[in-house]
Design a protein. Structure first.
Length: 445
């Protein structure tokens, strides 16, 4: 029953709010309240499917047998700062830059939605202040040396991003959409003249709601410097995710280990960008990198049918022309027996790497299945559903998302958000707890 309630919470709760916001769910350039028209440029987060480990069936994609993890960290020993009455938890910081950046050179900016679904910035006392049209982010940013004990976090703050930048605040502003709602224009890595193009900055993503915390570090769009997140719940230390290696070590390893095509993603001295923030984007030099594998997968399913098991149901998977078709043979309440669910066409490079377009379109069941296929394509296991939840089989052949592979090999316990659906088979840096007390954010360099 407890497992059922967890799955139900994940399915229906995530329809209402964005629990976490990997960047394929939220447009990099701007985000607005999630009741706007998702067909517009600024789109709402897509629903993510629940994960479970109950079925022993080897074709069950909810199974997560795990894999060897490359790095561990000792339990955290931080002392949570005092929590004031009326707040859910605290955020505090550790400057782990080893003298490269003093606290007065590090800026923190926290933005997200309040309980009325309005975009706000968070001040250190825990007050959510509504963002106004044309307001600049200087007003939302605080030097680390001025934060004292950090931030008090209110009971509800959804679709949050906590930006960390060096020497200058991240440049953002409030805007009004066609419906009169306030959104936020954020940095655009695809725009070389963006005001943040030469700024050293990174971020984490989170939601605090319903007495719980969901959050993650991310390389979905880029890596600029290492960040760790150590969660303490009401019972004490819980878990740490992120990257502990230095920035120089990461840049050197990426240049050494990556094939030449992926080496072009290093944009020194600022960042390493994700494939579709670089030369793998539609129309760019390597935009056809994944095409041969996509064609191979579609051809395979034209002559083969595979059984896919999922918490929403059991499906027969085959291809009908350009479409992948999932026919439900057993439904668990959301999927309907006999109903067909689709991926309507082969994904482009942008759609495959960013989980968008044909891999983020349709009803709840289609979104969940598209997430699975998107992950399987990135991991080069799409023709073998029995491997969809076996991390030891991922990235064994090219073409695949070598960028994502790298982050798993250089992150704590092998967990990373190298692309938006890296949470499939529980491989992401998502921390979830329903008794959060404190988040300790380590800022490395």
């Amino acid at each position: 029953m407890k497992k059922f309630l967890s799955i139900a919470f994940a399915i229906f709760g995530l329809l209402l709010v964005s629990v976490i916001i990997p960047s394929c769910y939220m447009d990099w350039e701007q985000f607005v309240p999630d009741d706007h028209n998702p067909s517009e440029k600024t789109k709402e987060p897509q629903t993510k499917e629940p994960q479970t480990n109950e079925s022993p069936d080897s074709n069950d994609i909810s199974e997560n047998p795990g894999s060897k993890k490359p790095e561990t960290v000792p339990p955290g020993t931080a002392v949570p700062v005092p929590l004031k009455n009326g707040f859910e938890m605290t955020f505090q910081f550790e400057n782990n830059t080893k003298g490269k950046y003093s606290d007065d050179r590090i800026y923190i900016c926290v933005i997200g939605l309040n309980s009325s679904n309005q975009f706000c910035y968070l001040n250190p006392s825990g007050e959510l202040v509504r963002i106004e049209a044309n307001q600049q982010s200087d007003a939302w940013s605080f030097k680390l040396n001025k934060l004292g004990a950090g931030f008090q976090i209110p009971k509800t703050m959804a679709s949050g991003r906590l930006y960390i930048s060096m020497d200058n605040p991240v440049v953002m502003r409030g805007v009004v959409d066609a419906g009169g709602r306030i959104g936020v224009v954020q940095p655009d890595l695809n725009n070389p003249s963006d005001a943040n193009a030469n700024l050293i900055f990174d971020w984490i993503e989170f939601t605090v709601q319903w007495g719980g915390f969901w959050g993650n570090t991310t390389q979905v769009d880029q890596f600029c410097f290492p960040i760790t997140m150590a969660m303490y719940n009401d019972d004490g230390y819980y878990r740490t995710v992120g990257i502990t290696k230095t920035r120089d070590q990461i840049f050197a390893a990426f240049k050494k280990e990556m094939p030449q095509k992926f080496g072009t993603l290093v944009h020194e001295p600022y960042r390493i960008v994700a494939p579709c923030k670089g030369d793998f984007r539609n129309g760019k030099k390597y935009s056809s990198y994944m095409k041969s594998y996509v064609d191979q997968v579609w051809d395979y399913y034209k002559s083969h049918t595979e059984v896919v098991k999922h918490p929403l149901g059991v499906f027969n998977l085959h291809a009908d022309g350009e479409r992948l078709v999932f026919t439900c043979t057993e439904g668990y309440g959301t999927a309907t027996v006999g109903q067909q669910y689709y991926i309507q066409a082969k994904p482009t490079s942008d759609e495959l790497f960013e989980g968008s377009g044909v891999l983020a379109t349709g009803n709840l069941v289609e979104l969940a299945l598209q997430a699975q296929v998107c992950a399987a394509l990135n991991r080069h296991v799409a023709e073998t559903p029995s491997n969809w939840a076996k991390p030891e089989t991922y990235y064994k052949a090219e073409p695949c998302n070598m960028y994502a592979k790298f982050w798993h090999e250089h992150s704590i316990e092998g967990f990373a958000y190298g692309y938006c659906y890296d949470d499939v088979a529980d491989q992401s840096t998502l921390i979830e707890t329903h008794s959060p007390r404190a988040l300790v954010i380590g800022i490395g360099y």
